[in-house]
Every structure is written in structure tokens, then in C-alpha cells.
Design a protein around this ligand. Structure first.
Ligand code: FE
Ligand code: FE
Ligand code: FE
Length: 178
């Protein structure tokens, strides 16, 4: 538990329930991702709907199915830690989802909007890759093997999705948008 001290200017004062152990910080990360994945389950359909390329629609819909599984996997991770699943708002994903909506509004439907959707989707995937990668490192260090396994399964899906989007952009979408 954080001690109550005066905070020098520019330093962040910890909240009363601030994590002081890596395990607690890892759990905070799981809560953040649980919110983020659920936000994506809600928002990926909008991105698929606004895509013109059938390949892009299919890619997003496929990742939506994976994302539903990732939500379940996080629930299993909470269970492995003997905790109830809890979502805490991920400000970053909230922002990335808002930005995705913004860039769809700023692009004409067709190849340019498709390029914009890929750009937005890859920002999402990179955030997820960073988050799952970090939490997997913590889980390994803490000897949480079941959690580690679950996180690595999802990490692999996020990386594959990112690679597939790069390929789709380079071989089809960006060329059409040009
Ligand atoms: Fe995900
Ligand atoms: Fe977050
Ligand atoms: Fe993803």
C-alpha cells in the first residue's frame, strides 16, 4: 500500500489502492485488456461494415471471432489467479477506437477508407501486442504458467493479425488507394 507523503511537483501521487507488487500490476493489466478486448468486440463490426474490400471485411470478421475467444481467455486467466473477471477502462483503447471512427469519417468509402481502416486496426494490434507481451513477461517471472500460456496464445493471434493486415495493405489496399 502506498505511503501518504507529499508529492513533489511533476511527480504522480499514487492512489490509495496503487499496486506495490508486480503481481498486482499484472492483474491491473489484465483488467485493462479485458475492457479493451470487449470494446473491440463492440467496435470491430463497425470497421468491417465500413470496409469495401471483401478481403478486408473477411479479415476483420475473422479477427472479431478471435477477439471473442480472447475475452474468454482473459476470463480463464482471472480464474487461474482465483479472481473474478473485472474490466477497468483502457484509456488507450478508448482513444484508438475513437480515432478509428474519426479516420473513417475523414475518408471517402472505398480504397482510401480501407487503407485508413487498416492503419487504425494496426494501431490497435500494436497496442495489444505491447500489452500482452509485457504481461506475458510478468506472468513468466511470477511463475504463473497457466496465465502465461493463455497470454501467449492471444499474443500469437495479435501478431498474425498484424502481419496479415500489412500483407493486405501492401498487396491490395494501398495500391488501389494510390
Ligand atoms: Fe485482441
Ligand atoms: Fe490500456
Ligand atoms: Fe487484436
Amino acid at each position: 500500500m502506498a505511503k501518504k507523503t507529499t508529492t513533489p511537483k511533476g511527480k504522480i501521487a499514487p492512489k490509495a489502492d496503487a499496486a506495490d507488487k508486480l503481481r498486482d500490476f499484472m492483474v491491473d493489466g489484465l483488467k485493462d485488456l479485458y475492457w479493451a478486448e470487449k470494446a473491440l468486440v463492440k467496435n470491430l463490426p463497425k470497421m468491417a461494415k465500413n470496409a469495401t474490400s471483401q478481403h478486408l471485411k473477411t479479415a476483420i470478421q475473422g479477427h472479431l471471432k478471435e477477439t471473442e475467444g480472447q475475452v474468454k481467455r482473459l476470463e480463464s486467466a482471472f480464474k487461474a489467479l482465483k479472481l473474478k473477471p473485472q474490466a477497468v477502462k483502457c484509456d488507450a483503447m478508448d482513444g484508438l477506437v475513437k480515432e478509428a471512427k474519426g479516420i473513417m469519417e475523414e475518408t471517402e468509402p472505398g480504397a482510401v477508407r480501407d487503407a485508413a481502416i487498416i492503419a487504425a486496426a494496426q494501431k490497435v494490434e500494436h497496442y495489444e501486442i505491447a500489452s500482452y507481451g509485457t504481461l506475458a513477461t510478468y506472468a513468466k517471472l511470477l511463475g504463473e504458467k497457466d496465465v502465461l500460456k493463455l497470454l501467449l496464445e492471444t499474443l500469437k493471434e495479435e501478431k498474425t493479425c498484424d502481419k496479415d493486415l500489412t500483407k493486405l495493405a501492401k498487396t491490395e489496399i494501398n495500391i488501389k488507394a494510390k
